[in-house]
Design a protein around this ligand. Structure first.
Ligand code: UDX
Length: 479
């Protein structure tokens, strides 16, 4: 009997919320589990699968990552629906209404058809609690993966307490610098403006606030929580989290953990981009002095109005710093391109800037010419910057990003928080501060943090050990 169990191979279905940031954190785990000898199915939306196929050779992945395959499922929205930050509620609704029953049918029919390797465990994105419902209905163990930081998750979890204490909601015209006391462990530095953006709602019935509140509480029903963070980064907050999710695996930074395990460097740098990476920027970086370039990217969802974009641009140009800027084709709010760029900006950009629609970000951050990152504080970007030892200027846009940026500036001391401002004077001032005036101070803490992150993924480090434990525990859950 024991012998039989040992020979059985788990089949894990990994289902991220269909967005770049969620794919980028959950895909490395899928590959790591396949390296551990598991069968792994990575479930994309049809829409994203189609985009990925344009940039990645998924058949080659399956050949390289033994036991790995990707499948896709409808997200229920029409192909041309704009899947950017301000339009996400319909995507959540549609996933629950349309994708949930398809997922259930997929799992049931796989079993009925006597598939050689039926799914034995699900790791669902914790922002889609319907995956837990489906797992319970079909009788499979389920773990929840949250793609955000532990500090953000903890803030989300405390929303009911904040409402109870009358600290929430406050509306976006309130005094944003008022202290927030109801998030244990953050009393000394948290302000209203550092709470997730949906806390700025006027009413507690706000759909965004309600969604995050209910999805977060529902994840406590899953067997375990998986977080893309590491123990030394958020120790106190993790102890608060473990009081509610006793089995929490911290296995980040996952992109780096995968890199350290992949035998061939090509395996770890496989692009999982939904946009085509423009690699010409790497050649441009090769020609720039050490630590001289500010890299700017606002991730995959953020949209920026044209006037704000121009303020950023003026600030950058006035700072005289060299810069590499990702301007996604759908970055400008309301669609459309950047439009006519004032001559003085175009000229200066030609001289000391480079613009791409999408960059190979991990490689960019690891390039010696890059000395700073102006980021929207998405969790993947934050971890990637931390691992590369690159200090940040944070301009958070929504959700978890407001808390991440506060931690970057006040707790981890890895840079500056430009939150809620982007006038040209502030941009210029902060760029100069990061790249010149306080460079030594930020580089020192960035290097120390990068060291801690590296230690966590080495043999005996917390991340390394927690992944081993996760692998063992999944095996035990499956059979
Ligand atoms: C969002 C949330 O902001 C994030 O906090 C959450 O964890 C997942 O969903 P997103 O806004 O896209 O994600 O930001 P981020 O988490 O930083 O992910 C963006 C990813 O795209 C990063 O892995 C980054 O390396 C990649 N990227 C970005 C590129 O590869 N090229 C680019 O040009 C820009």
């Amino acid at each position: 009997m024991e012998h039989h169990r040992e020979n059985q191979v788990p089949h894990v279905l990994i289902f991220p919320f269909p967005a770049q940031g969620h794919i980028n954190s959950m895909l490395p785990l899928a590959k790591l589990l396949s390296l551990a000898g598991f069968h792994v199915t990575f479930l994309n939306s049809d829409h994203n699968q189609h985009r990925l196929l344009g940039n990645a050779d998924l058949a080659a992945w399956a050949a390289r990552w033994h036991g790995f395959r990707s499948r896709s499922i409808s997200d229920g929205l029409r192909p041309d629906y704009p899947r950017v930050a301000d339009n996400l509620m319909p995507l959540f609704d549609s996933l629950k209404a349309n994708t949930k029953p398809i997922l259930r049918d997929m799992l049931v029919s796989d079993r009925k058809l006597g598939s050689e390797y039926p799914v034995t465990c699900i790791i669902g994105d914790g922002i889609m609690s319907f995956v837990i419902d489906v797992a319970e209905e079909v009788g499979l163990p389920v773990l929840s993966f949250r793609t955000i930081s532990a500090c953000s998750l903890w803030c989300y979890f405390r929303i009911p307490k904040l409402v109870e204490a009358g600290e929430l909601p406050f509306g976006d015209d309130a005094d944003m610098d008022r202290a927030i006391k109801g998030v244990l462990g953050m009393e000394s530095f948290l302000r209203r403006r550092d709470l997730p953006h949906f806390c700025r709602a006027k009413e507690v019935t706000d759909p965004g606030l309600q969604l995050v509140w209910s999805e977060t509480l529902k994840t406590t029903r899953s067997s375990a929580l998986v977080l893309n963070t590491f123990e030394d980064l958020e120790p106190q907050i993790l102890s608060h989290i473990r009081a509610h999710w006793p089995t929490t695996y911290t296995i980040g930074p996952l992109h780096a953990l995968l890199q350290s395990r992949a035998t061939d460097s090509a395996d770890s740098t496989d692009s999982s981009s939904l946009w085509k990476e423009d690699r010409t920027c790497m050649k441009w970086l090769n020609g720039q002095p050490h630590g001289s370039v500010l890299y700017i990217s606002f991730g995959s969802y953020t949209v920026v109005t044209r006037p704000k974009l121009l303020e950023f641009w003026h600030g950058l140009v006035n700072s005289q710093t060299r810069f590499l800027w990702v301007i996604r084709p759908d970055l400008v709010d309301g669609g459309g391109d950047v439009g006519q760029v004032p001559e003085e900006l175009a000229g200066a950009t030609k001289e000391r800037g480079f613009i791409v629609e999408w960059a190979p970000q991990e490689e960019v951050l690891a390039h010696p010419a890059v000395g700073g990152f102006l980021t929207h504080s998405g969790w993947n970007s934050t971890l990637e910057s931390m691992f590369a030892g690159v200090p940040m200027i944070c301009w958070p846009y929504f959700a978890d990003q407001q808390i991440n940026s506060r931690y970057v500036s006040e707790v981890w001391r890895l840079g500056l928080d430009m939150k809620d401002k982007c006038d040209r004077e502030t941009v210029e001032k902060m760029v100069r501060e990061l790249m010149e005036e306080r460079r030594g101070e930020f580089m020192k803490s960035a290097e120390e943090m990068a060291d801690l992150a590296k230690k966590s993924i080495e043999k005996g480090g917390s991340t390394y050990t927690n992944l081993e434990k996760l692998i063992q525990d999944i095996r035990a859950m499956c059979f």
